[in-house]
Design a protein around this ligand. Sequence first.
Ligand code: ADP
Ligand code: MG
Length: 744
Amino acid sequence: MTLWQGKPPLTYKLLTKIKYISDFLNELTYFFYFRSPIKQNPAEQLEISGLNIKYLPGVGEKKAAILREELNIESYEDLLYHIPYRYIDRSRIYTIQELNPQLPYIQIKARIRDLKMVGTGKSQRMTATAYDESGELELVWFKGLKYLPSQIEANKEYLIFGQPSSFNRKINIVHPEIDNFEKISNLLVGFQAVYPTTEKMKKAFLNSKAISKMQAAIFQHLNGKIPETLPNWFLQKYKLIYLHDALYNIHFPSSPEMLRKATFRLKFEELFYIQLNILKLKYKRKTYFKGCTFPLIGDYFNGFYNQYLPFPLTNAQKRVIKEIRQDCGSGRQMNRLLQGDVGSGKTLVAVMCMLMALDNHYQTCLMAPTEILANQHFATITELLKGLNISIALLTGSTKKKERTLIHEQLTDGSLQIIIGTHALLEDVVAFNNVGLVIIDEQHRFGVAQRAKLWHKNNIPPHVLVMTATPIPRTLAMTLYGDLDVSVIDELPPGRKPITTLHCYEKKQNEVFRFIEQELNKGRQAYIVYPLISESEKMDFQNLEDGYDKVNRYFLPRGFSTSMVHGKMKAVDKDEEMRRFVNGETQILVATTVIEVGVNVPNASIMVIESSERFGLSQLHQLRGRVGRGAEQSYCILMTSFKLSNESRQRVETMTATNDGFEIAEADLKLRGPGDIEGTQQSGLVCNLKVANLGKDGLILNEASRVANEILGNDPDLTKEENSVFAAQIKRLFKTKINWRFIS
Ligand code: ADP
Ligand code: MG
């Protein structure tokens, strides 16, 4: 469908070309648009995702390739959704006197004199003086020196554009853009979009301006034929502007008001479709998907509860178990996310749910993201359940062939009741006799596709409980897990002392060592963690080894012993080192982030995180969660170098200010944006948010979700005529992802 046929109406051209249009006129123009009926002519419909940008005038193969590599932009649609990250008010011209280094990009109208080359070698640069009636300032260039002299003439007025900075207490502009004022003055309207670019793009002359030109070329080429993606009645009901107009105004805002409307329409639509898609699955599951029913609470559950429960459950644990019990007894499949801060006692909840499955003659499995964690769960759970005569096995990458075959057999014939393991559980050879409950611990390490595999391990889909220790901000949870029911353990077991978190510069390493020594002398244990960007990077691996040497040099002569674990070690060695630390044979564990999730050694009361500026907030919080598990006062020491970026400083400040995982998750979302938050990458959804920002657009999300619910409430399958646009758009947007969502 198109907004109009043939050429766009004159009003539209006016909108874009006239130098100055008041908001009022704008509104009026828009009013008329809105009333002109949309022509629905399928033959005219353009699939803008199918049009390749290389055919745009001035683009070609080479630039297209760079755009694809750098920004994943291939089609017209991709480029149209490459949204400016800010706008420059091109209608405002500053005088030189007004400038100060705090200003963002600005423009001045000035003449230029004294263009000259200064310095030699690397510091060679060209400088000039720009002046207007109010004063003068220096312009500096380090690149493009050859072409400059031919571009600048004395006594001509230029529009000079750039960011003022201060050098030797004088204001200058480095690498200003310079345009002949006369030629450009008619373009000085409204807001100019600024696009994210990369170094490689800039080298190929694909700067923000070039992108802007390409956007303009698209609009010219499409000539108004951008298919509308929301039905007319919906646009009217929620006062949204047309997609074409929204996209146009996002790139070429004709007024602040139109920019606001454009942004709102695009954000609302984006969040609305995500909600519609996810909630549709929830409606569907509730209607069509039968689950195994767990009607009984029997000897396993009761026996454990009455005889072997190591401590009274917290109220939060009780509540969550009740919620899960209700779900599993309801006859429909459970898909539940269990959120609980580190140390809140999720394992015990998992165990009790597993016993429910056993009481109803189902098998159950618990999957952990690392071997260390799987081993630990196996040890904890066999210990907890040892009085109950239950068959439990551990299946990981290191399980020996013979044992593995046996486990496979026992799973298939049903004699094995509980299996705990890693990714090894996902292999195709693993087949259950009758699995009723699948528990996935520390879910953020697993890809969505991997989880989907477990789904297929039974005829009737097993109940799924996903446990995460990374608290997820509400907006993110709604977007990622909108189709899941959520339980929250919001209470820590009694008697825990809050962890004291300190920030320390690396210079003070010895003082930190001395402090550790004091605590070790009281019988405690300590973790010292080194960063590793990825476990395969040799350079950082070296860091850990250096650190290990340093720690050994200080602590071995003082009668302490140390362990080391990292991701490159053989599993047997890792286990042995872990075992020694867990048993208290070693007092210090030097490690990489392999210990980030789940490791539980209550006697450890010190966590030192080296180069902590290199970790994200949720990771820091996870690491800190390794201590504070016993009754002792625990400490987390964040080591950083002296030089800290603003963001790193904010992270450190957040960590020292609060122990609350949810607060930290919110701060993380605000600092980094959802695409970077651990666990969201694999979702393929949130990081693809092109316009909306879950850190800021919570209110729009709420409204989008409410509207989606309302529509699905009346038409869960979106089969009514008035909802056909939604159905088609969902298909188009989520065609590859849809099945995975069943399990995440
Ligand atoms: P997480 O939620 O991080 O997985 P765990 O299940 O590992 O936490 O529990 C952390 C610690 O708290 C363990 O040592 C566990 O034995 C203990 N714990 C769990 N529930 C309780 C409880 N109700 N009372 C006291 N301690 C508990
Ligand atoms: Mg855990």
